[in-house]
Every structure is written in structure tokens, then in C-alpha cells.
Design a protein around this ligand. Structure first.
Ligand code: FA5
Length: 350
């Protein structure tokens, strides 16, 4: 390479390394690439060279020109970022122009009850799991002993995607994955499976004061040797007394769900009307809150667990309904309505 090109390149790099602001960088650009710049001068000088020399020299100068252009652009970006950072750092850390009295936000009532329930179950050794809202037909139905065309599917019509997946109609859709995740620890180390998994559920159904098409449930499962209905009742009672902090009338009645045997409906006395009957409880005085039961052997098998050796219980708590009862929300639709006026009256009382 021609010595003039080599030394100009070195000089350019040395000059560039000293630049600390955009104005000086522009100066460098003009002095090397401008009409009378040093690199432009080299190109102009080519006319005095032989045809053979022109080819190699021209190629090298053009490479230098492109490199210099790129290096200047990079430096410009770097300097601009530094200037923005400097400006941000020089700003006060608070906005003096903000109005003095801003209303504080508050947690959504469902978030509050969800956190309360999570705290109760965590204190009893349950893991809290998160699970996807989009699931497969297998997870939502087949793995739960609900084959295609089973009438139980009619109760849980939901929203289907074009690829065959669906928006989960109940948190039970996570059961199979949870069993598979923890079965090795259960079988090899004897660690009981104890997990809760709160989540949003979707159903294609008409809304009224106690039904929404989008609502929250919290599933819970426990699997070990010799788990019985007494364990189930103990955990349900503990959870309700911790969440409500007062005695609540509950009733357990038989209920059918293909994934439990036996199955129950756990209802609580409606706290909106005190059991008299109102639109929130469909005028029955009772609110279906937490169906539950002993996990069906076929469901354990699908999760890789031997039902001859292990038993377990599962429950599906209606978190949205629990929030209604806890905070006296008469119409479930208010919870999804997004009206800050309605929602801001709830504060964390823990
Ligand atoms: C189920 O979803 C079962 N997966 C529950 C279960 C789990 C049973 C484990 C046994 C073992 P169900 O459809 O009844 O069951 O719904 C459970 C609870 O979710 C109801 O009691 C109710 O509190 C709430 N829920 C159901 N549908 C709605 C709705 N449209 N709007 C608001 N809450 C609802």
C-alpha cells in the first residue's frame, strides 16, 4: 500500500481518538472527506499516476474513504448517546412540574385475594406455579379424562385458535404438566406434590352478575401416599378462614367432574345478601366457590403416577368469585370493567 495512504490512515485514527464532541467531529469530517479534505486530495492526485498505478492506488484510497466515513458515523452515534446520557443525568430525579396531589393507584381486588391465597398455601408448603393461557386440547380435556365428544365439554365451551389450541377454560388444564414436573421427586425421593396454580380462564358463555367470559381460578393439587378427603377438607377450611378472617358457612355437596372421583361442590353462604338470596348468588343464598375431589386414577396415570400407590386431591377455586365475596362486589362485571372509581375503593388490608 502507498505510504501516503498508510500514514493518512494512522493520522485519521489519531485525530479521531481525541474527539469529544459533535462539533469537533464535524471538523474532522471536513478536513478528511470534505471538498478540500486530505482523503479527497489523494483521490484528486490520481490523475498524475500511470494507468497501472491508478488501479491499485484508487482501490486503496476508496477503502480508506469508506472506512473513514464509517468510523465517523460510529463516533457520531457514540457521542450522541453520551450527550443524551449526560442530559438525563443532569436532570433532577423528580418532576417539579407534577401536580402536588396525585391519586395513588391500588391493586386490583383479584390480585389482592390471589396474593392472600398464595401466602396461605405457601405457608402450608405449596409451590406456586404459573401456566400458559393458551393450551392444547389434550391438556385442557383429554388428560383430564374428558375424551372428545364427552358431554362435560359442553359446560366449558371456549375460544379456539386456528392451529387447534384453545384458551384454557379452567386451571385444571395445568394439572398434567404439574404431575409430570414433580412426579420424579415424588416417586424417587418421596416428596409430596403440593402445588397451586392461579390463572385466567376463558369461557364462551353469556355474562350475568356472577358469570364472566374471562375470570380467574386457582387450582390446587396434593399427591402423596394415603391422601384422603380429610386432607382436602382441612386445606379448604384453612384457606377460607385465613382469607375471610371470620367464620363462613360452607356446604359440601356431591359434584360431577370427570377428573375427580368422588367429586364435590364446595359452596359458601352468600356474603352479599347474608344467605337471603340475591342476583349475585342467583337467589339461592349459596355461591359455588370451589369444586374439588379426589384425583381420578386415569388423570394420575396420564401424569405418569401410579394410582395404586398414590392418591391425591384437587380443587378449582373461583378466585373472581372469592374477590366478590371478600370485597362485597355485587356484580362480577365490575371487576373487568376497568372503572378506577369502582376498583380504587379496595386497598390491601393485610
Ligand atoms: C371447574 O372449572 C373445574 N376445573 C374445577 C375443579 C378442579 C373441580 C379440580 C374438581 C377438581 P367449574 O366449571 O365449576 O369447575 O368452575 C370452578 C369455579 O370457577 C366455579 O365454582 C366458580 O367459582 C368459577 N367460575 C366458573 N365459571 C365462571 C364464570 N363464568 N365466571 C366466574 N367464575 C366462574
Amino acid at each position: 500500500m502507498d505510504e501516503r495512504i498508510v500514514s493518512l490512515k494512522a493520522q485519521f485514527e489519531a485525530d479521531l481518538s481525541k474527539i469529544e464532541n459533535v462539533a469537533d467531529l464535524e471538523g474532522i469530517r471536513v478536513s478528511y472527506l470534505g471538498k478540500k479534505g486530505s482523503i479527497t486530495d489523494l483521490l484528486k492526485g490520481m490523475k498524475d499516476l500511470s494507468n497501472e498505478e491508478k488501479k491499485a492506488f484508487g482501490q486503496d484510497v476508496n477503502i480508506l474513504k469508506n472506512e473513514a466515513t464509517n468510523r465517523i458515523a460510529e463516533k457520531m452515534q457514540e457521542l450522541k448517546e453520551k450527550e443524551i446520557e449526560k442530559e438525563i443525568n443532569s436532570m433532577p430525579s423528580f418532576d417539579v412540574s407534577m401536580p402536588a396531589s396525585l391519586d395513588r393507584g391500588s391493586y386490583h381486588p383479584i390480585t389482592l385475594v390471589q396474593r392472600q391465597c398464595e401466602a396461605v398455601f405457601r405457608s402450608m408448603g405449596f409451590n406456586v406455579e404459573d401456566y400458559s393461557e393458551v393450551v392444547t386440547d389434550y391438556e385442557c380435556f383429554e388428560a383430564l379424562n374428558i375424551p372428545k365428544h364427552h358431554p362435560a365439554r359442553d359446560m366449558q365451551d371456549t375460544y379456539y385458535l386456528e392451529n387447534g389450541q384453545l384458551l384454557k377454560s379452567h386451571t385444571s388444564a395445568a394439572q398434567n404438566a404439574i404431575y409430570k414436573k414433580y412426579k420424579d421427586a415424588l416417586i424417587n425421593d418421596g416428596t409430596p406434590i403440593k402445588a397451586i396454580f392461579p390463572g385466567r380462564c376463558f369461557r364462551n358463555e353469556a355474562t350475568d352478575a356472577c358469570h364472566e367470559n374471562t375470570f380467574f381460578q386457582m387450582e390446587g393439587v396434593m399427591v402423596d401416599k394415603d391422601i384422603s378427603i380429610s386432607n382436602l377438607i382441612f386445606f379448604m377450611k384453612t384457606m377460607l378462614s385465613e382469607v375471610f378472617r371470620k367464620d363462613i358457612n360452607v356446604r359440601l355437596r356431591p359434584g360431577f367432574f370427570p377428573f375427580v372421583e368422588p367429586g364435590f361442590e364446595l359452596d359458601i353462604s352468600c356474603l352479599i345478601c347474608g344467605g337471603e338470596g340475591c342476583p349475585s348468588c342467583k337467589h339461592s343464598g349459596w355461591l359455588e366457590l370451589c369444586p374439588c375431589g379426589m384425583i381420578h386414577p386415569e388423570v394420575l396415570k396420564a401424569g405418569g403416577i401410579d394410582p395404586e400407590e398414590y392418591t391425591g386431591f384437587a380443587f378449582g377455586l373461583g378466585l373472581t368469585r372469592l374477590a366478590m365475596m371478600k370485597y362485597g362486589v355485587k356484580d362480577i362485571r365490575d371487576l373487568n370493567g376497568g372503572s378506577l372509581k369502582s376498583l380504587s375503593q379496595f386497598t390491601d388490608d393485610e
